[in-house]
Write a protein that binds this ligand. Structure first.
Ligand code: HSE
Length: 445
């Protein structure tokens, strides 16, 4: 077919925030080159946004403005509806549903929407024979969706894991490199615009969990099951943990990890210790990384910008290119009718080593009690360090001040989550610690 015989792909964009504006800039800059490759131009014909008058540094005069995103979704002059509003429910959900019902292709960066309603939307798209593409929803500019949906189709995936939230990685990196406290770095990340409008989504691990939900489905051909993910954020990580990790040869990263085990699928988001010389430990600042262990491809690691106008627009553009070429696959690779029910492994069955930081009372017999409880649960210790707090004690050999506390850091050999939890419950019940124990899983890489 000659390029002249093909019509432009007509696009409606809802949401002209960072990503929407980035998409218009990308098309202004690279549109001609893309048209030559695709044999047809990508043409934005209409947009919908709350704030029409904001200067975005990109020409909008030729575009039709549609006040209501849901109206734009069914506009007879568009072929593709691009949803860049964000949020799991309300207008974005209604607009995406309306577009699919009307037989429009949809491209979205909305991880929350897909994590919550992915299967229903995929069924709708498949029923209508249209695309529902979401490369921009996970890890920004890293082409992880296409990689998993297409390039790794010949593999059984054993595990997928990664650093999926730039804000958290930025905070942890700054704490590590500059010795800054959590709250101070969070304020800086907000000022720089990395964090979501509500930073709880980032630091509480929910943004990572939305993304991991989608990767889990792609990896294992299961239903999209956000509610089955175990989620812990980075709010409890202190400088003491960062420094202890460093001394022990580790870095702390907020990881999303999904793997198959004999007990079912383990899909979890939490701060994890990774060996400091591992490739993923070198991923610093707002950069994201996704690792996939394929049975034939081997262990892959994709690293790149996880957020930002340009990187995310690049992902949206790749989805539009597929649609312009007439390529579309089931959104979650497996036709939605064939997605398996999600079989969750209980967290208690998780196997791994642990870092534990206890704030122990500085009294005779405390250490013995701690090791006894660990031993009772079959938890074997690799190392145990009692650190003398620099300021708190009068000096080496002196009698501890009444009520003095001392940090005790333990590293366990491989055990189960159930065993470590029971041991720590016992230690707390014995009254040997003055604060809730800090526990960080050590990820086996
Ligand atoms: N707030 C997200 C992050 C943006 O920090 O990675 C991309 O989802």
């Amino acid at each position: 077919m000659s390029s002249k015989s093909l019509q432009p792909l007509r696009i409606g964009v809802a949401g002209l925030g960072t990503v929407g504006t980035g998409l218009l800039q990308l098309l202004a800059s690279n549109g001609q080159r893309m048209a030559a490759i695709l044999g047809r131009p990508l043409q934005v014909v209409a947009v919908s946004t709350r704030n029409k008058d904001r200067d975005r540094g990109v020409a909008l005069d030729r575009l039709r403005w549609v006040a209501d995103a849901t109206k734009l979704a069914t506009d007879p002059e568009i072929d593709v509806f691009v949803e860049l509003i964000g949020g799991a429910d309300g207008v974005p959900k209604a607009a995406v549903e309306a577009a699919l019902h009307a037989g429009k292709h949809v491209v979205t960066a909305n991880k929350a929407l897909l994590a919550r309603h992915g299967v229903a939307l995929a069924k709708l798209a498949e029923g209508k024979g249209v695309a529902l593409n979401f490369e921009a929803a996970v890890a920004g500019g890293i082409p992880i969706i296409k990689t998993m949906r297409e390039a790794l189709a010949g593999n059984g995936v054993r595990r997928v894991y990664g650093i999926l939230n730039g804000t958290c990685n930025y905070i942890l990196t700054k704490m590590q490199d500059e010795g800054l406290a959590f709250n101070d770095v969070l304020k800086e990340a907000q000022a720089k615009g990395y964090a979501e409008a509500d930073p709880t989504f980032d630091i509480g691990g929910f943004d990572t969990a939305h993304k991991l939900t989608l990767l889990t489905s792609l990896a294992f051909g299961t239903e999209v099951a956000f509610d089955q993910i175990h989620i812990e954020g980075i709010e409890t990580i202190t400088l003491a943990d960062i420094q202890a990790a460093d001394d022990l040869g580790y870095r702390i990263k907020l990881l999303g990890v999904a793997l198959t085990t004999d007990a079912g699928i383990e899909s979890r988001v939490h701060p994890a210790m990774v060996p400091k010389h591992a490739a993923i430990a070198q991923v610093a600042g707002v950069t994201n990384a996704v690792a996939i262990d394929g049975d034939f491809a081997g262990d892959l690691l994709l690293v790149g910008p996880g957020a930002g106008a340009k990187a995310t627009a690049s992902a949206v553009a790749s989805d539009l290119c597929d649609i312009a070429r007439g390529l579309h696959l089931p959104p979650f690779a497996t036709p939605s009718a064939n997605l398996k029910p999600y079989a969750r492994a209980p967290l208690g069955t998780h196997k791994g080593a642990y870092y534990v930081r206890l704030t122990a009372h500085d009294r005779p017999g405390v250490m013995a009690a701690i090791t006894t409880r660990m031993g009772e649960q079959g938890v074997s210790l690799e190392s145990i360090v009692q650190r003398r707090p620099r300021a708190a004690l009068p000096g080496i050999g002196a009698t501890p001040l009444p009520g003095a506390q001392t940090p005790v850091i333990l590293i366990t050999h491989e055990t189960t989550e159930a065993a470590i939890r029971k041991a720590l419950d016992g230690i707390e019940a014995d009254g040997k610690v003055a604060a809730k124990p800090q526990t960080i899983r050590i990820e086996k890489l």
